[in-house]
Design a protein around this ligand. Sequence first.
Ligand SMILES: [Zn+2]
Length: 310
Amino acid sequence: MELRELARDVYACLQPDRGLGTSNSGLLNRGGGLVVDTFWDLPHTRQMIDTYARVWKAPARRVVNTHRNGDHCWGHQLFPDAEIIGHRLCAAEFGKERPEFMQTLRNSGSSSDPALAAFARRLADWDFAGIELRPPKTLIDERLTLDLDGIHADLIYVGPAHTAGDLIVHLPAERIVFTGDILFRLCTPIGWEGTYDRWIAALDRIVALAPDVVVPGHGPVCGLEGPREMKAYLQYVRAESKRLFDRGLSAVDAAKRIDLGPYAGWTEPERIVFQVERAYRELRGEPFDAPIDVTPLFGAMHELAREQRH
Ligand SMILES: [Zn+2]
């Protein structure tokens, strides 16, 4: 884990992108301290706390949760006295993912289902034991502005894009944005409740804020090329999905057919299955928060990853 100083009293804790779950966090080290997102399990969040302890005098008194995915919030309990801040829909959907379920998956390495066994191997670095869900209690609808002893932070709602309750954190004076999973950098995005239009609008919003430094939810710190390239990826996958939808292909067959071109080098390329499925849902006129049957999608991702390796 790397501690990166982005401006005076503003830091990021960056996990190298090893694929699944390796998210980034931020620290505003003034006004009692504010952490943007915790990590996927308690051991990794403890390591994050040790990393921040090199610069803070006491643990942060606030945690801002950019969205509900476990890799951004399953370490919250290690900030037992902190005010946890998030969007109303982040809180409402907080229990959609269950640590005990992930722990069962992690321990199913000897399963006879090859997709399940492969997924379990990818979870081997994580340990979901002992996690208690701590949803945000301070809830945002559109926007909240905080003054942390001179650091002005705007918490801005931009969902439903990656999830229903997506927040970004903007520091106008420092020209920094923490994007949560609105931005995956050099890493293939995966989305849950939301629409293409809203996700693209959220990326446009980040560009319009004109930051010098963008801290993505996953992948290395970047500038405006990050949101611009990801917008181009979303537009490309949506257009290709439409073309293949019109020809009558299934979403899985379409995902296998789309040439990844410049995006083939991004980590987790097989996640395109989820993006194509989202495009198909929109083309069929289904609501943005319709339940996603993930089992066939994970099976298709496993198959696609095997094909991409050959
Ligand atoms: Zn994430």
